[in-house]
Design a protein around this ligand. Sequence first.
Ligand code: DGL
Length: 261
Amino acid sequence: MCRPSDAIGVFDSGLGGISVLRQLRTRMPRERFVYFGDCANAPYGVRPRQEVAELTMRACRALLDTPVKALVVACNTATAAAIDSLRQEFPHRIIVGIEPALKLAADRHPGGTIAVMATPLTLEQPKFQHLQQHLSGSCTVIDLPVAGLVELVESGRANSPQAAELLEPLLSPYRGRLDALVLGCTHYPFAAETISRILGPSTDLLDGGAGTARETFRRLEAQGLLNKEGEGSVCFRFSGSSRLPYELADSLLQADIPAHL
Ligand code: DGL
């Protein structure tokens, strides 16, 4: 039996889900959050789907074994690979996932040109492909699979010269040509400064973090599980023996991310 004072579990392959945690905290400042990042196994996005599904199930089972009233899968890749299995195994728990905010981008920029930057695994998923096909009559959608940026965020180099070197060849052909870029991986908002500098100020950067926080709020409210009296707190846990994730987590929680996200 869940109680309003229970924590909300947040899961990602590593540090990226902190971009979603920020939105969750803004929406629900009185809640306690337990964040688990599977840093020992990141990145997920370049692994086979089955492997990502197994890693996700293992981590989420462990989180759901603790007294959490909801689980937020703050990873587009893990959501794509395992959200259906999670909901099947835990039909009575509140489980919220995140998906690339393509629909939001299409609504904001009807007839526009929209690129979706995400891990290769997220972009390959049939569910995403169907949405893309569905929207193809109303806007132009370009897939931009990226490998390597997650590792830079994980090592504290989200807006480093190395990040610029990785992103320049991918994004500079689109400078001034995109109405919106969907950041379809929760790590990418931390590189928004570099991305924006390459694409120019006319491209709207969008991600699914705020929508995920809204949905989590809605589900908790519907079950009378919002914490109306708590102080609000965050507890970080990471797999692996490195101390680096603990050192980076707080600064990512406070990071200055461009306001238009
Ligand atoms: N942060 C994850 C996402 O939203 C992916 C990172 C990874 O490849 O591990 O897709």
